[in-house]
Design a protein around this ligand. Structure first.
Ligand SMILES: [Zn+2]
Length: 295
């Protein structure tokens, strides 16, 4: 019984404070996971302002965004260029790699990729991945083995551009089992490891889920004998939710679950079926998400 553990790192603060905190937590539990880093400018404040819609405001209130991301998130990248995460905090990324965690690319500019992906040309998409790959390689001494689109905003053109880079597998969608994506009828080499479990901000405040019963709820969603992939955020589980996450890990381990990298799940999957990525609305999220569709 295994849980693929994926840690998304979206911001400067998440890299600086959340990542070292999570590395200490994982060392204490003797577990490893796959970190996805954002390495270019932190423009996530711009992201929040852009999404000032009633539904989004409600979500911010529901999940206490300023509490999760810190008050400066609101201003980050709004009036001045956001700080370069990889250049200033490379040591935190390197330390995660040196601690035995798997390192993947989340984005060069998380905000830009999440908000503008549909308007970007193939060349622009390739360039932004390439910049991220180069900097991560410089920081850790080896190319990132995987990548994960911010906000699960993945499309077929994105998959095609990724296939030109040295990723072994990617984690860009929600779904049920590891699959090989088909684009225009052609199977790609880079397989997909879909996320099977919801994130903290998707479920909190919905259907009676609170911090008090969050772990019970998340543990109830685990499926023995099937693929289980959990995404946590350096900004949430590496910040104000850390104590709760610590308890989740302890309880899952007690129930016989083992936390592993996504790469190790790929390595132990002998037969990988084909699938497709489609864009769909998703509970608890704005706009569309990439979802797995069996063929
Ligand atoms: Zn993200």
């Amino acid at each position: 019984m295994k849980i693929g553990l994926r840690i998304d790192v979206d911001t400067f603060r998440g890299t600086k404070i959340g990542v070292p905190g999570l590395c200490r937590l994982f060392a204490r539990h003797d577990i490893t996971g796959t970190f996805y880093f954002s390495v270019g400018p932190d423009n996530m404040g711009r992201h929040l302002w852009r999404l000032l819609k009633p539904a989004f405001l409600w979500k911010m209130l529901r999940t206490d965004a300023a509490g999760l991301y810190g008050p400066e998130i609101i201003l980050m990248g709004t009036c001045w260029p956001g700080p370069q995460i990889g250049r200033r905090l490379g040591y935190a990324i390197k330390a995660a790699a040196d601690a035995g965690h798997e390192i993947g690319l989340h984005a060069w500019d998380h905000h830009q990729l999440q908000a503008c992906i549909e308007k970007m040309s193939a060349q622009e998409i390739f360039e932004t991945f390439k910049k991220g790959c180069n900097l991560l390689t410089q920081i850790t001494g080896r190319a990132p083995v995987s990548s994960a689109m911010p906000g699960w905003r993945c499309t077929d053109p994105v998959l095609l551009e990724k296939s030109k880079l040295p990723f072994i597998y990617n984690s860009d969608c929600r779904g049920d089992f590891i699959f090989r994506p088909l684009v225009s009828g052609k199977p790609l080499d880079q397989v997909q490891v879909p996320v099977t479990l919801p994130t903290y901000d998707e479920v909190l405040g919905r259907n009676g889920v609170t911090d008090a019963n969050y772990n019970d709820y998340m543990l109830s969603l685990l499926r023995p004998g099937k693929l289980n992939v959990l995404t946590v955020h350096a900004e949430a589980e590496g910040g104000k939710c850390m104590e709760m996450f610590d308890d989740y890990i302890a309880r899952a381990k007690q129930a016989g679950w083992e936390f592993v990298t996504l790469g190790s799940l790929v390595a132990e999957t002998p037969e990988i079926p084909l699938g497709r990525i489609v864009q769909k609305a998703f509970p608890g999220r704005e706009g569309w998400l990439a979802c797995q569709e069996p063929v």
